[in-house]
Each structure stands twice: as C-alpha cells, then as structure tokens.
Design a protein around this ligand. Sequence first.
Ligand code: SF4
Ligand code: SF4
Length: 441
Amino acid sequence: MQPHNLSFEAALSGRVDEMVDACTRCGKCVEACPSVKPAGIADAAPVDVIGGILDILRAGQGAEASRKWAQACTLSGECITACDEGVNPRFLLAMARVAMAKAKDDLPARRRQALEKYRDVGREVTVLSQLQLNDEVLTRLGQKAAAVNVASEPPDFVFYTGCNVLKTPHMALLALDIMDTLGIGYQVMGGPSHCCGIVHMRPGDVEMSGRLGTNSIDKMSQSKSGQVISWCPSCYVQFTETTLPAIERQRGRRPFEMTPFLRFLAQRIEQLTPHLRERVPLRVALHRHPGVSGVMEAAVEILSAIPGMTLVDLKQPALGLQGVYLNVLPEFKRELTRNELEAARDAGIDALVTVYHSEHRELCAHERDWPFRIVNLLELVGESMGLKQHDRYKELKLMQDADQIVADCADLLAAHALDAAKAREVVVKGMLADQPLPLRG
Ligand code: SF4
Ligand code: SF4
C-alpha cells in the first residue's frame, strides 16, 4: 500500500506489528517497571508478563498478570530506557489497553464512552477556566475567538497548552509572560478545540482519536521554526509516541518537532539567567514525575539558576507521567503523597514545588495542613523575573466549600452566562473531589 493510502489505524497497527516483531521477550522492561510491585504481579515471571502483552496485541486476550500490568502503567518510562531493542514498551502497553477495550465493547459503545469523557473534560476545562478568567485573558490563552482565528503570518513557534492546564491558568500565563520577556514569538493553541485525541484513544476509538489528533496537528504545523512547544506531558506523549509517528508513516514526513516547555527554557538558560534578577531566598523541594525525559533535569537546572534559592532533595521515589497517572494505583499514590508531605515537613522546607498542572491541582489545598507552601515552579521563576500571576485555583480550592467558591466567582459567572448550578457541579466533581489524598480533618 502507498503511504498516502494508509489510514491512521493501519499506520498505527503497522508500527505495533514492527515492535511486536522486534521484541525478544527478554523481560527487562517488566523488571525495570516501578508499577509491577504495587500492582501485585511481582511474582509473575517478567518473560511471561511481556509475552502476555504480545498476546493481547495480537488477539486482544492475554494472561491476567499482563492485563494487570497494562492497567497499572503510570507512564514513568523506565521501560523505554531498559529496552535494548528500540521497542517502546510504554507505547505497546497503551496499545494493549486499546486492544483490551476493543475486545470488551463494540465500536458504538466505545465511541459513546469516549464522547462522554470528551464532553466531561471539555465542560470541566471550560467552566473552571471561565470561573477564573475574563474573555481577554481566555483569548490570550488561545480560547474564545482565538480558538478559530487563523494568524495572518505564521508565528515563530506554536505554544500548545493542551486542555487541562486551563484549569490552573496561572501556569500557562506565566509561561507566556516568560516567553514575552525573552522575546520569543508564539501563537497559543490548545483547549478542547485542539484535542490531542487521547480521550478517544483510551476507550479504543482509534479512528476518532486519529481524526482529532491529525486535525490539531495540521493546525499546529504552521510555524516558521517547525517547532511546537508543549506544556502538557500527556499531550506530549500522545503526539510524539502515537499520533506523529503514525502520521509520519501516512505522509512520509513528520509535520513538526515537539519540545516540552521546561526543556525549551533550559535550552535557553543563558538567555533566561540575566532576567532572574530578584533573590528568592527559599528552601524548596521539587515534586517530581519523570515520564518525559529531561524535563525534571530541566526543572532542577532552572530552579538552581534562581538567586538565593536552595533546592532540597527529599529522597522520595519519583514515578508517573504526571500526578493524575498514579490514579491507577490509588493506595500506592496516597502512600507516596503522605510520605512526601511528611518528608517535606521534616526537612523544614518553605515550599514544595510542582511542575505539571495535575499534581498542582491535587496537592495545592494540602498547603492548609502543612507548614510549607505548595507552589508551581513557574511562580518561582516569575518571582525572580518580576512576573506575577495569581494562583486563583488554589485560592478557590482552599475555601473547600462549593457554594462559597461559586459565590466568589459571581462576576465571571455572569460575564460568561454560566449556569450557577452546573458550575457548582463542576466545582464539586472537578475541583474538590480532585483530592487523591484527603485533606486532614
Ligand atoms: S511506562 Fe513506566 S509504568 Fe508503564 S510499563 Fe513502562 S516502566 Fe512501567
Ligand atoms: S525490554 Fe524490549 S525487547 Fe525486552 S521484553 Fe521489553 S519490549 Fe521486549
């Protein structure tokens, strides 16, 4: 078949088949995986566990331990570095989960599940961002009219936010402020109108996932540098490990390169450092998720460049792509979080520093119960640069009362013509219930 005749699904399957053929079943990926023990499959032989994954990929069915492994993957990526054969086990596990979903439900049912989830995500992102931002700021973040407008001239870079950072918009706004200060030209894209397709991929609607991802990729392909700077690690993995390689097979070329924002910033550390003028005399510890290679190292490099700052190592295990990915191992996640908060207290730090949005949402209200602040890394970079964006999400979440939160947002509720009862529902489910380790008391 000619590349241009290849469907997205066929391109994806071709890649899976190649990796299945390349896998020698050595089991090193299973041995390296931090999910194996908490998933309760440490007694299974690694060669059998990976063998079962290959069975699932070929026939939709495989051994129970292999199914458990696929479901317990937090996307830390240790397996990728463990493999000597150039196979990406993280990608294979994602495709095994898709194969399991396909074996369980027919396409109409899977499409319905995906659509429901897509609507939920869209509603949460829209309501939580509109409760915090006016039209002008939403437009700056690529929403409202900016979601459909085509730039008259291609930007130097595209800054791709993804969806969920719009719930904690101060992070994305600080990223833009920092790029403005460095004189970097960009166009912002993201939000539900620029879907990465992951929400459809998970329940196994591969065709729709490919359609949405391809559509977003085509919009993002218009930059002078041919580079997209991404914020969200989930979107990054979805694009770089699934959608972009499939499109490359279809079209015979890769539409663009994607770089995580913190790696992009660390590559420009010499340009950034002169702007880090103010001392920030704090003892801080980094809350780490290592799933995207080089990002945590970039975070350490950037924090270390802030004058007056002391970085403390809490010596806690780091795993997962971002906080939300540990939800597949809920008890383990609670234990890790509790241990980290206690270690932070014992170390006497001033602030625990988040990198991504999902762990910031989950951790920020713990600030109420512990003798240190929970801040995002970009807030500290901003403080040193004289840039400030208020963490309104944390302020609202700390209220811990849905009625009070909605009442506090009355002006923006009216400005966006949001229904107060529906907004309250989103606050309860999307903000207050987003608390894997309960607050004390
Ligand atoms: S990505 Fe991480 S959690 Fe998932 S299989 Fe690989 S090592 Fe295990
Ligand atoms: S490490 Fe690579 S070759 Fe070995 S079993 Fe895992 S995927 Fe296959």
